[in-house]
Write a protein that binds this ligand. Structure first.
Ligand code: BGC
Length: 838
């Protein structure tokens, strides 16, 4: 990295190429292209991949005698193709030349990827290659590639090939390669005019038609080269133009390739092919596009950037600032203003690769909080992805014998369950049954996201038109899956999984007889919370609308009363003074962490290691990721106390640090989400450890800490989660009682934090140091809001500033009970108090 706005690499390293392709991928919320070299092909080192947001297709493959259907994010025709041939030599490929200089840099401020290379080809000629590329944030359908070629020590014929390659298949994830990956068929291709070729493809099953049109202009010594020197190449699935030039040493040739991408799913077009050809014909030069694109990025950064002043050693060694920008950059390339009308969700691995087939999972829970406070209209749109799939979730519930809506663990185009039924363990080479779809907690994540969107925005219209129906149907599902256990006088939820994917069932259980686990604490407590919110929402929306909703859904008063009863009687297991991950957890064996670390080094994916040994993590007290601890991530100590009391369980505050400590020692962090959660829950109790985990979460993708998963796609939950740690956790920001509460506790490594957020229609700038909190409201006509610091309330109107003296951790420790227990970041005692400074 060099500088606070740049992700830079020096030298060519084939082993790192997949990682760089993902970390330097360019996208705009509509489509995304990996940063593959334009002269590369998929070959194990390079993987040109272009993906449309929500561009899914289903194919069937026979595995172990079973027909397996998978819905993939389709790899679209490669628009980058730009390669050169000197004289009568071969088309040059990245790995067939000798690099004398190689630098690659992603300019995060302007959204431009630069590559500057010097190479010697097989005949000893030295050539310079200077490249810029963009995927426009200003015009979602446009991308551009500019390459300047300079012969250093040769003169003679140069051939340039610029094309669109529809021969691509989905083969980006090695363990999926046995599955059918040819999702595209070419519909037609051709030449639109002297400078432009186009290719129309269609996905095999979902029948999305995609047209790419490419306009290529060539300038030699600054002058356009006559189009006469071009030949078209029209193959079955590929179209290109070959441009022949005579070139002198040290005389530069600049190639400008502007591409338009449209699909049959786009709005405001007649037909994708027509739209793409028209767009590219009217598009400006690369420089003009780059300017509009940079302005769009500048506007995004105004809304999303965070300013950090790092202290002491952290300031010298730490590049947290740029890493957070990389995270924001990829988040905004995955979901942006261009996602708003697109019926897409937010994929945990971005539209950057093929991992998890870009299915939509619970990772939204780590992403929406960031968006709620920055760009709530985006969360609103992404929540509607779920709303549109309520009928499918109802169908899933009904087919499983339940009422209400059961959202699928993995959701793609239609909202049916897209989780794999078999998955390949690369460590053993075996295909094994995949039960992870029993993570019914996904429905509560949807409900939580609806509720928190409402809390931050106050958008009752959304609740009334969409949110209430989702909450009610999810609550209905929980009420119907919960069974009454007479002996306990409690409700139980059997046969599910918590977030920890190492525990899919009981050791030795016959899958036919008992699948999943019983009474996962996270699932049960969240179910109680959802049942509460569903009743609240019916109070919040206008009564006539509530009546219409109940009529429509056939929701009787008796059903709502039953929710109250269930929400007070759900069973939560405990053992040894901590909350049990699930019922029976205490009977599992302790795991030999030290022994396995010694044998295997990296044991993040213990599930694969154990399966390869013929064992299973189901036998051990060993978690892949935070499960019970998710409760402390999502809820304040006070909220949890109230929930447990409502459930009839005493809640000694000491249970929080004890439970954190217990699971911290038994977690492998095999999911990148895990460090975010642990860093969060330790933020007040153990600041140093929280900061260390935060820094390691920052490296999840940049350093590919899982050793090979990032080339398959970014980890957006960890990316957004780390920014949110800054935004909400270390600042102690939350909404309660119609006030915006701050309660900062900056880590020692952080001297100052500046950011901007939106709250109830206002834009608020804040700056926090260890001693001072300054909150400023920008000029805008929205109503004043109430801000608070540790029980001191102030009105904040447009243009006004409020300052508070921040007390340090020592003072705070003196004035408060221990860790998290009454953590005022999560609110103690101030609820319902009257603002003192109105
Ligand atoms: C985690 C899940 C997560 C998924 C996608 C898995 O490794 O266990 O919790 O939803 O990755 O990020």
């Amino acid at each position: 990295m060099s500088g606070p706005w740049s992700l830079a690499y020096d030298g060519y390293d084939p082993g790192q190429e997949g990682l760089r392709e993902v970390l330097c991928a360019l996208g705009n919320g509509y489509f995304c292209s990996r940063a593959a070299a334009p002269d590369s092909q998929a070959d194990g080192v390079h993987y040109p991949g272009t993906y449309l947001a929500g561009g899914y297709d289903r194919l069937t493959t026979e595995i172990k005698g079973r027909e397996i259907e998978n819905e993939d994010l389709v790899n679209l025709p490669n628009w980058l193709v730009l390669e050169i041939r000197i004289d009568d030599g071969p088309w040059l490929r990245p790995d067939e030349v000798e690099y004398l200089d190689y630098a690659q840099e992603l300019d995060l401020a302007r959204g431009i990827l630069h590559r500057r290379l010097r190479f010697r080809d097989g005949s000893g000629r030295v050539t310079r290659w200077v490249e810029r590329r963009l995927v426009s944030m200003a015009d979602q359908h446009v991308a551009g590639l500019e390459v300047t070629i300079v012969p250093e020590d040769w003169t003679g014929p140069l051939h340039i090939r610029s094309g669109l390659d529809g021969t691509v298949v989905n083969s980006g994830v090695e363990r999926y390669r046995e599955l059918n990956g040819r999702h595209l068929e070419t519909v037609d291709r051709g030449k639109a005019d002297a400078e432009t070729v186009w290719l129309t493809s269609r996905t095999v099953q979902s029948r999305i038609e995609i047209t790419e049109a490419a306009r290529t202009r060539v300038f030699a010594g600054g002058e356009p080269v006559e189009p006469g020197a071009r030949q078209s190449e029209v193959l079955a699935d590929l179209v290109a133009q070959v441009i022949d030039l005579e070139i002198d040493a040290e005389r530069e040739v600049r190639v400008e390739k502007i591409v338009a991408v449209y699909t049959s799913r786009d709005h405001a077009i007649s037909e994708a092919g027509l739209a793409a050809r028209e767009k590219v014909a009217g598009a400006g030069s690369f420089d003009e596009l780059a300017e509009a694109h940079a302005t769009a990025w500048a506007h995004l950064w105004e809304q999303f950037d965070l300013g950090l002043d790092l202290a002491g050693e952290a300031a010298l060694t730490d590049d947290a600032q740029v890493k957070l920008r990389v995270h924001l950059f990829h988040l905004l390339q995955t979901v942006s203003q261009h996602s708003i009308d697109r019926d897409v969700g937010v994929p945990p691995r971005g539209w950057h690769g093929e991992a998890y087939r870009a299915h939509i999972m619970w990772d939204e829970l780590f992403i929406f909080p960031l968006l709620n406070w920055r760009y709530p209209v985006l969360t609103r749109a992404l929540l509607r992805y779920r709303y549109h799939r309520l009928p499918a979730a109802r169908r899933l519930a009904r087919d499983a014998g339940y009422r209400g809506a059961m959202f699928p663990w993995q959701s793609g185009s239609s909202g049916r369950e897209e989780s794999q039924v078999l998955h390949l363990n690369p460590q053993s080479g075996r295909w094994i049954p995949d039960d992870t779809n029993r993570q019914r907690h996904i429905g509560s994540a949807v409900a939580y996201n609806v509720w928190h969107y409402y809390e931050v925005t106050g958008d009752r219209e959304f609740l009334r038109d969409y949110g209430a129906e989702m909450l009610v149907e999810i609550a209905r599902f929980w009420a119907s899956i919960a069974e009454f256990d007479q002996a306990r006088d409690r409700y139980v939820i059997r046969g599910v999984m918590g977030p920890d994917e190492f525990h899919t069932g009981y050791p030795g259980a016959d899958r036919e007889e008992h699948i999943g686990l019983d009474n996962n604490a996270y699932t049960n407590v969240l179910a109680a919370w959802v049942l509460n919110r569903a009743r609240d929402v019916l109070e919040l929306i206008p009564p006539c609308h509530g009546r219409r909703l109940c009529d429509r859904l056939g929701l009787a008063d008796s059903e709502i009363e039953a929710w109250d009863e269930i929400s007070r009687k759900l069973f939560v297991p405990f053992h040894d003074g901590v909350i049990s991950q699930f019922e029976g957890y205490e009977t599992l064996e302790e795991f030999d962490w030290a022994g396995y670390r010694e044998t295997y080094g990296d044991i993040q994916r213990l599930d694969r290691i154990l399966e390869a040994e013929g064992d299973t993590p189901n036998r051990y007290k060993a978690s892949k990721q935070a499960d019970v601890l998710m409760l402390f991530y999502l809820f304040s100590a006070d909220e949890l106390r109230l929930l447990f009391e409502q459930l009839g369980y005493p809640f000694d505050p000491q249970i929080i640090p004890d439970t954190i400590d217990y699971y911290l020692q038994r977690t492998s962090h095999g999911s990148t989400l895990s460090r975010v959660v642990h860093s969060w829950v330790l933020a007040r109790a153990n600041r140093q450890q929280s900061w260390r985990l935060f820094q390691s979460a920052l490296d999840s993708d940049i350093a590919d800490i899982q050793g090979g998963t990032t080339p398959e796609g970014i980890h957006l939950g960890a990316m957004a989660g780390t920014v949110d740690l800054m935004q909400r956790c270390y600042t102690g920001i939350e909404t309660r009682g119609d006030a915006l509460h701050f309660n900062p506790s900056l880590p020692d490594g952080l001297e100052r934090l500046r950011a901007r957020l939106r709250y109830r229609g206002q834009e608020i700038d804040f700056e926090i140091t260890h001693r001072r909190l300054r909150i400023h409201c920008r000029q805008f006509s929205a109503a004043p809001v109430t801000v608070a610091y540790r029980g001191r309330f102030r009105q904040l109107g447009a243009g006004a500033t409020q300052e508070f003296h921040v007390i340090g951790p020592a003072e705070r420790d003196r004035s408060e009970p221990p860790p998290n227990a009454s953590d005022p970041a999560h609110g103690t005692g101030t609820e319902g108090s009257e603002p003192d400074d109105r």
